[in-house]
Design a binder for this molecule. Structure first.
Ligand code: ADP
Length: 472
């Protein structure tokens, strides 16, 4: 099969979160299964762009409202990612340093989607499936069916993967004029709750819709930031497929970001060396358990709880552990986390930034990884931490619930709790401190989780089965 993935992010080209990891790895595994997978994304101004060679494969133009735009499709020449990677360049609109966060994001991602369809219209053949990811690309199934210029693409099956239903790509009706001429009888497909809602439109128009874990799909039927009734109504075409992780990138045996490579056989000494490097750099006592949080400092991740959790934990348990936070997001949380350094500088470190290399070093050197998320569509961090022998401490929600078994249960290896509350996290930390003291059990759990296979192998085939089910 030939699959065209359309996404705003793709690791290692441009990453803001898990979407990039998925789009950078799933196509590689699909290729390995004997299929042709291609990715097209906006040409953000990222270092990957300058470090690699590109060729122009298409040039075109389109109208958006009163304006017209030229666009260029470039292709990475050496197949560095293991699949064909295409970027859309629209001068002044897409060639920016950040992926998101501009006032004209609506126009930017509309222009991106239109360019992809303009390009696809000129292919000499058609792909077997167009796979769109999240709201930035979710208008494509509608445009393929109801924009007059693209109706010849309407036979191509489409699938929408929801990586995060919190963000839906809302826009006022005035922006609907930016879409290429469309059948206005179909306005109801664009609409949800009196506004144009890109994600809702994708859910209505795509042939299949999936989320990145079965648990998250079940949750969305109950609560989906206003889309729960729509998702329940469309449930016959909805499913959940658990994300995998890219074993060629996330492998403690070969990871070039970490100080000492290790496998499950020598995890004890390997993790100790990585922990020592971290503790030396941060002037921490290596004998104390090291807790880490890695992620966006946003409400969904319950990052707002962290300052109170960390100070209460020091108050309740004393200085018997170290804690490192890596992340950025809400300003008040960033400031509160930085402020804590004044009090606990021998035991606590906050690094307010996005830092891929440091994240790998933390997965390798830490003992426990905390994820108190309020919402977690799949969560990749817990799977990375398991692969690196770091015990995940997770709230029972979405994909966390699907991937982590509490160590109190049969064959368990993680620490699970029910509520995104300070009390629940403190209780989980207390259990972690106890576990850390019981070295036999701690090592047994580490070995158990490192042997779990969370790679894409299974899920990549589930996607292929889904594509096959909608061939027309
Ligand atoms: P989400 O996509 O909701 O942010 P996921 O768990 O699916 O959450 O994926 C998060 C990804 O982003 C992981 O690869 C994680 O290591 C990475 N990440 C998040 N914040 C940072 C950061 N500050 N520095 C480095 N990597 C980060």
């Amino acid at each position: 099969m030939e699959i065209l993935h359309v996404s705003a992010e793709c690791y290692p080209v441009a990453k803001a979160g898990g979407l990039a990891d998925v789009v950078g790895s799933l196509p590689k595994y699909q290729q390995e299964l004997g299929h042709i997978a291609k990715v097209v994304m906006p040409m953000h101004r990222m270092s990957f762009l300058y470090k690699n060679e590109w060729e122009v494969v298409h040039k075109g133009w389109f109208r958006m409202g009163e304006s017209s735009f030229d666009f260029t499709i470039i292709k990475e020449k050496q197949n560095k990612l293991g699949f064909d990677l295409y970027c859309v360049d629209i001068h002044g609109l897409l060639d920016r340093e950040k992926i998101y966060g501009y006032d004209d994001d609506t126009e930017r991602f509309l222009a991106f989607q239109v360019s992809v369809l303009e390009w696809l219209s000129k292919w000499n053949h058609q792909p077997d499936v167009v796979h769109v990811h999240d709201h930035h690309t979710a208008l494509i199934p509608f445009m393929m069916k109801h924009c007059f210029a693209y109706r010849h693409l309407s036979q191509i099956p489409t699938i929408l993967t929801i990586h995060n239903a919190q963000y839906q790509g809302w826009m006022g009706w005035d922006k609907a004029t930016y879409l290429p001429a469309w059948d206005t009888w179909k306005w109801g497909l664009l609409e949800w709750d009196h506004t144009v809602n890109s994600l809702a439109c994708g859910i209505k128009c795509a042939d299949k819709v999936n989320t990145v874990s079965p648990g998250y799909m079940a949750e969305l039927m109950q609560s989906a930031n206003g889309l729960e009734h729509l998702i329940s109504h469309e449930s016959s075409k909805c499913s959940g497929i658990l994300n995998g992780i890219d074993y060629s990138v996330w492998n403690p045996e070969t990871d070039t970001y970490i100080l000492d490579n290790y496998s499950v056989e020598d995890a004890d000494s390997g993790k100790k060396l990585n922990k020592k490097k971290l503790c030396d750099d941060l002037q921490f006592d290596i004998n104390l358990p090291l807790f880490v949080f890695i992620g966006r400092l946003v409400h969904e991740k319950a990052a707002d709880l962290l300052p109170a959790v960390i100070s209460s934990a020091f108050a309740r348990f004393g200085p018997v552990f170290n804690f490192v936070v890596l992340g950025n997001g809400m300003k008040q949380v960033e400031e509160a986390l930085d402020y804590l350094r004044n009090h606990w500088f021998d035991y606590y470190h906050s690094q307010i930034e996005y830092n891929e290399k440091f994240s790998h070093q933390l997965y390798a050197g830490a003992d426990f990884l905390l994820m108190p998320s309020r919402v977690e569509p799949c969560g990749l961090n817990q799977m990375y931490s398991m692969r690196y022998g770091t015990v995940p401490m997770v709230r029972r929600t979405g994909g966390l619930n699907d991937t982590v078994i509490d160590f109190g249960e049969k064959e368990g290896y993680g620490i699970c709790f029910n509520h995104a509350s300070i009390d629940d996290v403190l209780h989980a930390m207390e259990r972690a401190l106890g576990l850390y003291r019981d070295k036999d059990q701690f090592f047994q759990i580490r070995e158990r989780m490192m042997r779990i296979n969370n790679s894409w192998e299974n899920s990549a085939s589930s996607y292929i089965a889904l594509y096959q089910s909608i061939q027309k």
